[in-house]
Design a protein around this ligand. Structure first.
Ligand SMILES: C[S@@+](CC[C@H](N)C(=O)[O-])C[C@H]1O[C@@H](n2cnc3c(N)ncnc32)[C@H](O)[C@@H]1O
Length: 337
């Protein structure tokens, strides 16, 4: 099961040890409530000051790390052989995406983090100094407001991780356009797996399609999203570090962290897929069913009857988020009944 890298987990634990536990736990719960809260409650910074930055690292970072790892893995699977040399993390917080990217692309050459809150930048630098990965250790940290972000250089991989939904809606389109202007390869947008945050990702993807971007993941097509009155998100299971369990007041050792995302590129994937499973496959006494977003830009329910044992087993065994090279062979046998 996915876990935080040991050096990151230990560096967070060490930073937390400098503050009385009840203070960082209280700060973590405040930050988490703000993070999950409705937009109207987001007029203030998500986390400012040392204690709130620590609270973010204790409670929110493990989940955003898991989500970024999940989205990076799905992106890399569609881009075999692609190796980013440079990464720009916009709204980096404590540098969560730097750590996640270094596990997916260990040969990445240079990393740049752009963040408004000094306490998060400072914590990010401290955590990065504990990394065993030379590129994370040597990351460049820049203080800046995304409202003023105007790129002068391009980066192979640009990340907007859990940021767009934090911005005033009037600013999102500009930030997406400027992030795209800074993208030489892939722009990855990740948001929490909620219906509201999905709409933020959907709008960004559709604006990027107009600019000629190619969808790498999760969709198998470059058409507008076919989901009507519906949305999609994906799970990433994470082993919870001890400090996260304490901050959450939840004893469970693991959680399924859900995310919505769009990986958009300057080039098409060399590894086409037929579709992606966008819900947990369901089954009952009669059949197994998987909901798949397909290359034709439509949603298909792939259903296998229970008496067609092999097809039933196959559909039941599909994973939520799995990319499918070809449609499972179930239709002919189902129709025969
Ligand atoms: C939910 S956190 C995500 C942090 C990190 N990317 C992650 O995935 O864990 C949102 C981050 O965006 C930053 N942020 C929000 N508005 C910003 C702005 N206008 N300019 C720069 N950073 C901003 C916040 O300070 C915070 O660090």
């Amino acid at each position: 099961m996915l876990a935080l890298p040991n050096e990151l987990r230990d560096a967070i634990a060490q930073a937390l040890a400098a503050v009385p536990a009840q203070r960082w736990i209280h700060a973590a719960q405040e930050v988490s409530a703000r993070y999950r809260g409705p937009r109207s409650a987001k007029h203030q910074a998500l986390a400012s000051g040392t204690e709130q930055a620590l609270g973010y690292a204790a409670l929110v970072l493990p989940a955003t790390y898991a989500q970024l790892v999940g989205a990076f893995a799905a992106t890399a699977a569609r881009l075999p052989g692609w190796q980013p040399s440079t990464l720009l993390d916009l709204g980096s917080g404590p540098g969560t995406a730097l750590w996640a990217a270094s596990t997916q692309w260990p040969n990445i050459g240079a990393m740049y983090a752009y963040e408004r809150e000094p306490a998060l930048l400072s914590l990010g630098r401290t955590l990065a100094s504990a990394s065993a990965h030379p590129t994370v250790q040597a990351a460049h940290w820049q203080r800046g407001d995304l409202a003023q972000f105007a790129p002068t250089e391009c980066y192979d991989l640009v990340v907007l991780g859990h940021v767009l939904n934090e911005l005033d809606p009037s600013l999102r389109q500009q930030v997406v356009a400027r992030a795209w202007a800074a993208t030489a390869g892939v722009l990855l947008i990740v948001e929490p797996g909620t219906a509201v945050a999905f709409e933020v990702v959907r709008a960004a993807r559709e604006a990027l399609l107009v600019e000629g971007a190619y969808t790498i993941a999760p969709c198998a097509h470059n058409l507008p999203c076919p989901l009507a009155n519906d949305w999609c998100h994906f799970p990433q299971r994470l082993h919870r570090p001890e400090f996260q369990r304490r901050a959450r007041g939840a004893p469970s050792q693991w959680e399924d962290s859900k995310f919505a995302y769009a990986a958009m590129a300057r080039f098409a994937s060399p590894a086409p897929i037929w579709g992606r499973v966008i819900r947990e496959p369901a089954y009952n006494k009669a059949y197994a069913e998987a909901i798949v977003s397909t290359t034709h830009g439509v949603i298909e329910a792939v259903r296998a009857l229970k008496r067609h044992r092999e097809a039933f087993r196959q559909v039941k065994g599909l994973e939520w988020g799995q990319a499918l090279i070809a449609p499972p062979e179930v239709e002919a046998s189902a129709e025969a009944d």
